[in-house]
Design a binder for this molecule. Structure first.
Ligand code: SF4
Length: 362
């Protein structure tokens, strides 16, 4: 199958090698536009991304690898939002970029719309870029400061030959600006003339210009003022409903993830340690790392907030060049036992649709 198949909506996956345990979301959960009866739009299987660590000025030799993504597997249904959370440096952004083909995987498979993206070249890359987009964390750094908003949003239209004339491009740019809540009268302004929230809206408009099906949102609100964050999240939800978009939402703010995501994957040091439906994760976290992350999320009720127990993790996240043996979390885990430093915990379904890797969860 060629990547052109991605243009056919609601088509069946060619591979069929879908892990059913990772893809079922109850019809009652999250967005009503999730297609539970179809193969997932995104299927990630045993994905690894290592970066070489080299030494030597004249003759460089590899002395190790940064194991940024170390064997992750999950799927995302069409219309679903999967959250990916974890501390800085746990591999979330690398995972997102590798899934979009911005980094070449060290090994493993990523299928988007049934198309294997590992190893695609030429025209197929251009078509993938059209159907799978990214919204970046820093809206200022990701926009060319010398280009007007019109040029920035029109670039995907031009690259993917989606408009025939300049007038058509201008018309489409204005439509996209309206769609994301920006006044089309500002289309000749430069990025520095906009606020942070407006710049992120420009980034969203640019991502939407190529009519994508799947968007990796890499901490899209973490650089924004708290007062603006909810507006951008609401916009992304509206756009998802309108266009049936599928999101991988990377974040470290667990409260915002709860608002927007249908399921959540928790990452620690290059691996996923827990994956389940949103409400199940927040009400019944099973992995000690997830429990620690959630214990730091503020509760609106000050009485309840004071009463609950905070789990303070000691030590820093270990280096991904030389991750701990056994369970990667063992040197920070308050519940660790001897076995934890020797044996890698099995990835298992502890409850329906609730996956976790911990020796103590039986
Ligand atoms: Fe903690 Fe051991 Fe479970 Fe890892 S396997 S999370 S170290 S209890």
């Amino acid at each position: 199958m060629t990547i052109d198949a991605m243009h056919t909506p609601r088509h069946k996956s060619a591979s069929g090698d879908v892990d059913p345990t990772m893809s079922s979301v109850p019809a009652t959960q999250g967005s009503s536009s999730i297609h539970t009866d179809e193969p997932p739009l995104v299927q990630v299987s045993e994905l690894f991304k290592y970066f070489p660590v080299t030494q030597g000025l004249i003759i460089e030799r590899q002395i190790g690898s940064v194991k940024a993504v170390d064997g992750i597997s999950f799927s995302i249904l069409r219309g679903e939002t999967l959250g990916m959370v974890g501390e800085s440096g746990c591999g979330k952004t690398t995972a997102g970029r590798t899934i979009l083909g911005l980094y070449r995987p060290t090994s493993g498979s990523v299928q988007i719309g049934g198309i294997e993206i590992n190893g695609i070249e030429g025209e197929d890359v251009r078509l993938l870029r059209r159907k799978a987009q990214m919204i970046f964390q820093d809206p200022y750094a990701s926009l060319n400061p010398r280009w007007t908003v019109a040029s920035i949003i029109a670039e995907p239209l031009r690259v993917h030959k989606l408009v025939a004339t300049k007038a058509e491009a201008t018309e489409r740019v204005k439509e996209l600006m309206l769609l994301v809540g920006l006044s089309p009268r500002l289309f000749n302004r430069f990025p520095h003339e906009f606020s942070g929230g407006q710049r992120q809206r420009i980034g969203v408009a640019r991502a939407l210009a190529s009519d994508p099906q799947f968007i990796v949102c890499d901490e899209p609100i973490s650089a924004l003022d708290v007062s603006i964050q909810a507006q951008v999240v609401n916009l992304m939800e509206e756009l998802q409903d309108k266009f049936g978009l599928t999101y991988l939402f990377i974040a470290h703010d667990l409260s915002m993830v709860r608002h927007i995501c249908d399921r959540v994957a928790v990452m620690y040091l290059g691996v996923i340690v827990e994956l389940t439906e949103r409400d199940e994760l927040y009400e019944n976290p099973l992995h000690p790392y997830t429990q620690a992350l959630l214990s730091a999320v503020p509760i609106p009720d000050p009485k309840k907030d004071r009463a609950r127990q905070r789990i303070i993790l000691t030590g820093d996240v270990p280096s991904p060049i030389n991750p701990p043996s056994g369970c990667r979390f063992h040197n920070r885990c308050p519940l660790a036992i001897d076995r934890c430093s020797q044996e890698r915990p099995e990835w298992r379904e502890a409850a329906p649709n609730h996956w976790v890797a911990c020796h103590l969860v039986v």
